[in-house]
Design a protein around this ligand. Structure first.
Ligand code: TPP
Ligand code: MG
Length: 887
């Protein structure tokens, strides 16, 4: 058996080099795209012939030294700039923690990613200038201290800003812990800190840029989307779940940079393996261009001397747990445990002192290597690129933090450590500044500041930066635009889903607004009756439609088109939400007021992609989210996992989300018109959620004077014949049950009830809370009256409130209606059955509402308890039926 390492078992070096030369020539003459095609063919043939294939290359830099381009900047000066940023980032965090113990702030992460950011800032990230649209950079969220420190040196943030890092509630302007456009609207563009959201949002952002180009809304550009990610973060399903979207869509405008410092918080990302190799296989398998940047320049000579491949072998066999220890334990340890494994390797480094071994740099800390990786990434054609850069967590922070499993917050960062950093990077920060944990700015005229500012000027301006503007984005069309819908269905039984479709179609046809509408549907457009959109606006497909669809003989066939407007995302609520985010923030990030309508299966919305929705709100996203096939009893047959009875509760937790549960199509028209006016005309930073149902019933014409009530959450739909002794609230299709209950009560029990449509319990409660707060803080002034009480005219009659959602929706109004509210709702798991049985099970049917009304009236003595008891029997209710909430 050969004693040579695996890498060296080549039978014919001449043949190997001929193959390689051939490839190089091919690339030179025909370009990388053709080369990759040809290689794919070769690999396919190899697989056919039984050659085992790995989705991995050797554990070394993808770009060999001989193919590197010389670094175009001033290396020494850029190092000094980077060190200044490192120092200030640390001083900022240290100071915040001195003021407020445990206020936190990650330090080890920026210390490892600094060079990766800086090469981008000085050479790659373009701002918007003239015709050049700026690049979009998703910065790793918890590396924000470095971004603030750079902005401070550039003069964009003041010393008092930095003094208020994580002190957002003091008199001076504060700096948010992480990238939050909600908190710093003129600075941060992309909320990234919840791991996994950055990667998926970046992918769909890049795709959305292409969508706008292909639809002729923007001009084609060379704008790039950069996403800086942690290696631990890559374990989130959202991080890797959409990789094939990027390759399938040929997103060569997308560059991922994964900072492979081999660690997360508690320990190594893959102690027993190699995260870089795992990620490489994953990205290669997904069709990405992968550039590994593993070793710094001072390894080049070692590899050059490694003619027998021992170094390559040792690199291949070491696991990340060992690599972490090599960085933490110093040169002697590296000699003994890394090189010491093979005598040939020991010999390779015999002339190098321990310090030199300790200083062997990782690729991600080497400006020239990183520059070359990015340069090559920019040249990729037709494929997205990932740069896998190996770094050291806590780089330069000294014994306590470098390469250790070190708690991320800054509790332990003291003056000595700051001093250590200054020494380690040979900086000339004045001693007294270090002692006081003070920031250090070398002055606007210093070489460093001049250089960094000049580089940004050349590239098109400072980053990150988000534009704010007060002007209307567009003028909302008047409500009459939807006249057809406001007229009602003339007795025809149709669903609110068709109401939504009608509204959407009218908007799409609108002369000015139409092109900005972006309908997004994961799947089941046909379930929602939206297939007419296939024909009218086409389904977006960057490659057009290269096949004859199987249903091409049908009028509403599956029509894909390069300029298609409808986005059929496929079964990915997360991906759809990411597109919704790109479209809903385009007004700020691209200056284009796209109006997304994301229509999804309501059960798979808020509870499935809640964190993406939260980030959307943080990003000040605008648009309409629509929960289709809504309602725990209205969606029949599907059962426990499909029937949504709580998305409105979840929606209520998002501060900028205005949520509605409309009963009739005209309510939808009013809500959408109001949304357009608030979000796009008045520029309120909010978004809308409403549910649509698939139950068919006659859609009434809009009564007079109900517009305000619809928007604010409540209006009387049908008054009692006479003075009401009770109010019945209904939402969505359950309003029809309330109407039936009104009749039962009047006809059988001589009880008069008003029926109200509650379009939004959430908006009613928010308004009431705001009034209550104002009254609490202004006890001497005339109290404000919540809209809820104004609408009810302060009636003290009891209320039975029923909806297809949890009882807590109506209970939320109880503080302002003491003792009045009886909530009926769909607490509990769903069941597969028809509407009649489901509504009986959850007690939200007409008889349930009527009997609840009588029981409540019996408490006040308006009817006798015997009447109420008898009614239960007469209405066919089993008083001992199982409680749906717990069955
Ligand atoms: C979804 C989510 N879970 C947990 C956290 C808390 N958290 C902040 S940083 C971090 C470790 C990140 O490790 P990695 O991605 O490798 O980044 P590094 O700091 O090593 O660059 C964690 C778990 C978070 N921000 N988001
Ligand atoms: Mg990490």
């Amino acid at each position: 058996m050969s004693t040579l390492p695996l890498q060296l078992r080549r039978t014919d070096p001449i043949q190997t080099s001929e193959w390689l030369e051939c490839l190089e020539q091919l690339i030179e003459v025909d370009g990388t795209a053709y080369a990759s095609q040809l290689l794919e063919r070769l690999l396919q043939r190899a697989a056919e012939m039984g050659v085992p294939l790995r989705h991995n290359t050797a554990y070394r830099n993808t770009i060999p030294p001989e193919r590197e381009f010389p670094f175009p900047g001033d290396l020494a000066l850029e190092r000094r700039i980077e060190n200044l940023i490192r120092y200030n980032a640390l001083a900022m965090v240290a100071r915040a923690n001195k003021c407020d113990e445990n206020i936190g702030g990650h330090m080890a992460s920026y210390a490892s990613v600094a060079t990766l950011f800086e090469v981008g800032f000085n050479h790659f990230f373009r701002g918007s200038i003239g015709d050049q649209p700026g690049d979009m950079v998703y910065f790793q969220g918890h590396s924000s201290p470095g971004i603030y420190a750079r902005a401070f040196l550039e003069g964009r943030l003041s010393e008092s800003h930095l003094a208020n890092f994580r002190h957002e509630l003091r008199s001076e302007p504060g700096l948010s812990s992480y990238p939050h456009p909600w908190l710093m609207p003129d600075f941060w563009q992309f909320p990234t800190v919840s791991m996994g959201l950055g990667p998926i949002n970046a992918i769909y952002q890049a795709r959305f840029l292409r969508y706008l180009e292909n639809r002729g809304i923007t001009k084609p550009s060379t704008r790039k989307v950069w996403a800086f990610l942690g290696d631990g973060e890559m374990d989130e399903p959202e991080s890797r779940g959409a990789l094939t979207v990027a390759s399938r869509e040929h997103l060569d405008n997308l560059i991922f940079v994964v900072n492979c410092n081999l660690q997360r918080l508690d320990g190594p990302v893959r102690g027993n393996g190699k995260i870089i190799q795992e990620l490489e296989a994953s990205f290669l398998g997904a069709g990405w261009n992968v550039i590994k940047c593993i070793c710094g320049s001072n390894w080049d000579a070692l590899f050059a001397r490694d003619t027998e491949g021992w170094l390559a072998k040792r690199m291949a066999e070491c696991v990340d747990g060992e690599f972490q220890a090599f960085k933490a334990r110093g040169g002697a340890y590296v000699r003994e445990h890394f090189f010491g494994k093979y005598p040939q390797l020991l010999k390779l480094v015999e002339s190098m002192p321990d310090q030199e071994l300790a200083d062997l740099t990782r690729g991600g800390h080497d400006l020239a290597k990183v520059y070359n990786a990015y340069r090559q990434a920019l040249q990729a054609e037709g494929v997205p690129t990932v740069v896998l850069a190996k770094t050291v967590k806590g780089y330069g922070l000294g014994d306590a933090a470098e390469g250790r499993n070190f708690a991320h917050n800054a509790k332990k960062l003291k003056e000595e450590q700051l001093r250590y950093v200054v020494r380690r990077f040979a900086m000339n920060v004045p001693e007294e500044k270090i002692g006081k944990l003070e920031l250090y700015h070398p002055g606007p005229e210093s070489l460093e500041i001049q250089y960094m500012k000049q580089r940004r000027e050349t590239l098109g301006g400072a980053l990150p930066s988000r534009k704010i503007d007060e002007n209307p984005l567009l003028i909302a069309p008047p409500l009459e635009t939807f006249a057809e819908v406001l007229k009602g269905s003339n007795g025809r039984a149709v669903s609110t889903t068709s109401g939504l479709n009608a509204v959407l179609n009218m908007l799409i046809k609108h002369k000015e607004l139409g092109r900005y509408i972006v309908p997004i549907i994961p799947d089941e457009g046909r379930t929602f009756g939206m297939e007419s959109l296939f024909r009218s606006i086409g389904i977006y497909a960057s490659g057009g439609q290269i096949y004859t669809p199987v249903d091409s003989d049908q009028f509403l066939y599956y029509r894909e088109a390069k300029n298609g407007q409808l986005i059929q995302e496929g079964i990915t609520e997360a991906g759809s939400m990411a597109t919704f985010t790109a479209a809903g923030t385009a007004y700020a990030n691209l200056g284009i007021p796209t109006i997304p309508f994301f229509v999804f299966y309501s059960m798979f919305g808020f509870q499935r992609v809640g964190d993406l929705i939260w980030a959307f709100a943080d990003a000040r996203g605008k648009g309409f989210m629509v929960g289709g096939t809504a309602g725990r009893t209205t969606l029949l047959g599907e059962g426990l996992q499909h029937m949504d009875g709580h998305s409105h509760v979840l929606a209520s937790t998002v501060p900028t989300c205005r949520s509605y549960d409309p009963a009739y199509a005209y309510e939808i028209a009013v809500i959408v018109q109001d949304g357009l006016r608030c979000m796009y005309q008045q520029r309120e930073d909010c978004f809308y959620y409403f549910t649509v149902y698939n139950e068919n019933y006659p859609q009434p014409a809009m009564p007079q004077g109900v517009q305000e009530g619809i928007v604010r959450g409540l209006y009387r739909f049908r008054a009692a014949q006479g003075t009401p002794v009770i109010h019945l609230f209904g939402s969505g299709p359950i309003l029809n049950e309330a109407l039936k209950a009104q009749e039962i009560l009047a006809e059988k029990y001589n009880v008069t009830a008003d029926v109200w449509s509650v379009t939004s319990y959430v908006e009613l409660r928010r308004d009431a809370l705001a009034c209550e707060r104002w009254n609490r803080l202004h006890p001497g002034e005339t109290p404000r009256i919540p809209y809820l009480l104004q609408a009810l005219n302060e009636s003290k009659a009891p209320i039975v409130a029923a909806s297809d959602y949890l009882k807590i929706m109506a209970d939320g109004l109880a503080p302002w209606l003491p003792g009045q509210v009886v909530a009926l709702g769909t607490d509990g798991f769903g069941r597969s059955d028809n509407r009649e049985h489901l509504r009986r099970h959850f007690e939200v049917d007409a008889v349930g509402i009527a009997s609840a009304a009588l029981s409540r009236l019996a408490q006040d003595g308006t009817v006798t308890p015997e009447t109420a008891q008898l009614a239960i029997a007469q209405l066919g209710i089993d008083p001992n039926q199982r409680d749906a909430a717990i069955s």
